[in-house]
Design a protein around this ligand. Structure first.
Ligand SMILES: Cc1cc2nc3c(=O)[nH]c(=O)nc-3n(C[C@H](O)[C@H](O)[C@H](O)COP(=O)(O)OP(=O)(O)OC[C@H]3O[C@@H](n4cnc5c(N)ncnc54)[C@H](O)[C@@H]3O)c2cc1C
Length: 411
């Protein structure tokens, strides 16, 4: 069946796709927002949003609603490794002002569904249960929409002047465009669940293990969201079922395990595997990639939602200008690519650098020894993951001078 022609077809209604749909629909464009699943749907995630996400939620008009749903304020991070604990807060760094001294955490089922509803209210057409299977092409090779499966038998074509791949780390759109590359050395699995009845502070915690890490954040309703990320090869070799692996690693993480196991697990232990990938291009004739579909690093710095929303915030005006001027060539999206280079690429590189560092236990031990004596340095590190500090701020000697100083309230 041949559908009508939309201005924009977006594959994937996670934070990247739904926020882009909302922004474009507000501009008066016709938008088809397709997702393989139905909302509310589960998405494996640490469910933490950095402080810089909060102003964007205001722009998208869903901040008050999320606050009503009970989004929890997360006022910094406790990092544990090799028996040491350091605490970092979100603070001003150099000329970079923290928009809030906290981030938020809320179940992804709620957050994503709220964003999708807001996109619909703005006028985007949501096509749930539509799995994109391939791209439609013009005779000159430009992308002209998507073909998708709907239900058991039905196949549909959704034609559009621009097609956006916002379909996550396993992106079908990026694969069809031939630009998706897996990051072999970062092959990880994540086990994800939630607990109730655990005594928890208003901080997120990361506990580094020999072969991975636990990340825990308090979410709405007093529950905690827990992720265990492990090297995929070791997890597969262990042959352990997910529940068993989770309990095994909790029992080996004394500063966390006892507290968590005092509560009750309220969700199944869900798994997701081999997530890290990059793309070699993000703008094409008639198409673009955004969010995890454009490249994904690792959840340790908790920035994926920021990357998704920021990418959509930068892609929307680029598409608006291209659509108004009747252009469909990749060069028309130049401002998006420039924005990515400024806002996303350096942060993703920083996150990758942390990942590389974590592969060397001696380095981690030494770094934690140093950080334990330099709490302001921990603030600097944690603030960098808060997404409001441009990395160029690190070129200021005053930032280092301050970071190397002491802090009276070191926790
Ligand atoms: C274990 C783990 C912990 C994380 N913790 C954090 C954290 O604490 N904070 C943070 O900011 N980020 C975190 N992240 C990263 C964050 O979850 C992602 O970066 C974010 O969800 C990206 O949003 P997105 O919209 O690009 O993709 P997604 O949220 O993945 O949405 C993609 C959508 O596309 C749909 N889709 C997929 N294939 C198709 C198809 N063929 N056709 C149609 N639809 C399709 C999916 O159903 C999905 O709804 C974590 C990730 C993992 C795995």
């Amino acid at each position: 069946m041949v559908e009508r022609m939309y201005d924009v077809a977006i594959a994937g209604a996670g934070p990247a796709g739904a926020s882009l749909a909302l922004r474009l629909a507000r501009e008066g464009f016709s938008v088809a927002l397709l997702d393989a699943q139905r909302f509310p749907r589960f998405k494996p995630c640490g469910e933490f949003m950095s402080p810089e996400v909060l102003p964007m939620l205001g722009e998208l008009g869903i901040r008050d609603e999320l606050a009503k749903l009970g989004a929890r304020e997360v006022r910094g991070m406790l990092l544990h490794a090799h028996g040491r604990r350091v605490h970092g807060r979100f603070v001003d760094i150099g000329m970079a002002h923290a928009p809030y001294d906290y981030g938020w955490a809320i179940r992804r089922e709620m957050f994503d569904a709220e964003l999708v509803r807001a996109a619909q209210r703005a006028g985007a057409e949501l096509l749930e249960g539509h799995r994109v299977t391939s791209l439609l092409r013009d005779p000159d090779g430009g992308v002209r929409g998507v073909e998708c499966s709907h239900g058991v038998r039905e196949r549909r074509q959704v034609r559009a002047r621009f097609t956006v791949g916002a379909d996550g780390t396993r992106s079908r759109v990026a694969t069809e465009l031939g630009v998706r590359r897996e990051t072999a050395w970062l092959r990880k699995v994540a086990l994800v669940t939630r607990y109730r009845g655990v005594t928890w502070s208003d901080r997120a915690e990361v506990h580094l293990l020999e072969n991975g890490f636990f990340a825990v954040a308090p979410v709405e309703g007093g529950d905690v969201s827990l992720n265990l990320v492990l090297n995929a090869d070791e997890f597969e070799r262990s042959g352990m079922p997910r529940d068993e692996a989770l309990e095994y690693w909790l029992s080996r993480t004394p500063l966390l395990g006892e507290r968590i196991l005092a509560g009750t697990r309220i969700d199944p232990v869900r798994g997701t595997g081999a997530m890290a990938m990059r793309t070699t291009r993000q703008a094409f004739d008639g198409a673009a990639l955004v969010g995890d579909a454009s490249g994904y690093v690792d959840p340790i710095t908790g920035e994926g939602i920021f990357f998704a929303l920021k990418g959509a915030q930068m892609l929307a005006p680029a598409l608006t200008t291209a659509l108004h001027s009747g252009r469909r060539d990749a060069a028309a999206l130049r401002s998006y690519i420039a924005g990515r280079r400024r806002e996303i690429v350096p942060r993703a590189a920083f996150s990758l650098l942390i990942q590389r560092g974590l592969r060397h236990p001696t380095l981690v031990r030494t770094a934690f020894g140093f950080l334990a004596q330099r709490p302001r340095m921990v603030d600097t590190l944690v603030s960098l993951t808060g997404d409001y500090v441009p990395l160029r701020e690190l070129a200021r000697p005053s930032v280092w001078w301050r970071a190397l100083g002491t802090r009276e309230d070191a926790a």
